[in-house]
Design a protein around this ligand. Structure first.
Ligand code: ADP
Length: 245
C-alpha cells in the first residue's frame, strides 16, 4: 500500500491549530520520504535566527495573528521550487486565507503539479482549546506533548511552551482560524480533493485513516477530482465530529 520516493505525491494538511497536523505530517514524512513544509516552523526558525523576517514575524506570532499574505506566499513559492520537493511534499499551515489558496493554485500550475489529497483533521473547538493550553513542544524536533511531560520522548530534549500556546494567544488563534481559514476548506471542497478525518481518536487510529485516505487518492488511482465528481461530493474517511473546526 505504501509508495516510495519518485511518485510525486503532493499532500496538503488542513485543520485548526491543535488538530494534530504536525503529528500526522511527521508520520507521512517518515512513511513517504517527502519533505514536511510547515510554515509555522519556518517562521519560528526565522525568529530563532534573528533575521529581518523573524523580527517582523515575532510579535505577530506571539499575538496569535497571521503574517501577511504577501510574505507567506513568497515563502511558499521559494520553498516549493527547491529540488527536494520534486518527489512530492506535505504542506502544513498554508494556505490560511483565501488569497493564499488562490496564489497556491497559480503556483501549482506554474510548477506543473497538482495536489493528490487535502487531509482535513476535524476537531471540536473545546477540544482544541484544551489541547493547546499548556501543551509543550520539543525545540529540536517540534513534536508536541501534553502538560507535565518532562522531556521529548524522541530525543530527550527539555520541552518548552510555545509563545503562542500561552493562554492569551490561544483564543485569538482559534478566532482568526474560524474567520480566515475555514473558508479555505470550501475552496478545496469545490475541487473534490478533501478527505475529512475525525481528529479525536488515538494518534495511531488517526494515522491509519490518513494513510487510507492518501493511498485512496494517490496518482495511481483515478484523479481525485474525477472520483469526487462521480461520487457526487467530498470524500470521507472516519466518523463525523459534532461541533468541529
Ligand atoms: P498552529 O497551526 O498550531 O497555530 P503553526 O506552527 O502552523 O501553528 O503557525 C504558527 C503561527 O505562524 C500562526 O499562528 C501564524 O502567526 C503564523 N503562520 C504560519 N503559517 C501562516 C500562514 N500561512 N499565513 C499567515 N500566518 C502564518
Amino acid at each position: 500500500m505504501g509508495r516510495g520516493v519518485g511518485w510525486g505525491m503532493n499532500l496538503l494538511l488542513y485543520g485548526a491549530p491543535g488538530s494534530g497536523k504536525g503529528t500526522q505530517a511527521n508520520m507521512l514524512r517518515a512513511r513517504f520520504g517527502i519533505p514536511h513544509i510547515a510554515t509555522g516552523d519556518m517562521l519560528r526558525a526565522e525568529i530563532q535566527a534573528g533575521t529581518e523576517l523573524g523580527r517582523k514575524a515575532q510579535p505577530i506570532l506571539a499575538a496569535g495573528q497571521y503574517v501577511s499574505d504577501d510574505i507567506m506566499i513568497g515563502i511558499i513559492r521559494n520553498r516549493l521550487r527547491r529540488p527536494d520537493c520534486e518527489p512530492g511534499f506535505i504542506i502544513d499551515g498554508f494556505p490560511r486565507t483565501v488569497p493564499q489558496a488562490n496564489a497556491l493554485d497559480t503556483l501549482m500550475v506554474e510548477l506543473r503539479k497538482r495536489f493528490d489529497c487535502v487531509i482535513y483533521l476535524k476537531v471540536e473547538v473545546d477540544e482544541l482549546l484544551r489541547r493547546l493550553s499548556g501543551r509543550l513542544v520539543c525545540p529540536q524536533c517540534q513534536r508536541t506533548f501534553p502538560p507535565g511531560t518532562r522531556a521529548c520522548t524522541a530525543d530527550g530534549s527539555e520541552l518548552a511552551q510555545r509563545e503562542d500556546d500561552k493562554p492569551e494567544a490561544v483564543r485569538p488563534r482559534i478566532e482568526i482560524y474560524l474567520e480566515k481559514t475555514v473558508p479555505v476548506l470550501d475552496h478545496y471542497r469545490a475541487s473534490g480533493l478533501v478527505s475529512e478525518i475525525d481528529g479525536r481518536g488515538t494518534i495511531e487510529e488517526i494515522s491509519s485513516q490518513v494513510l487510507v485516505a492518501v493511498n485512496g487518492r494517490s496518482s495511481s488511482s483515478p484523479r481525485s477530482g474525477e472520483v469526487a465528481r462521480s461520487a457526487g461530493g467530498t470524500g470521507t474517511a472516519g466518523g463525523a465530529g459534532k461541533k468541529t473546526a
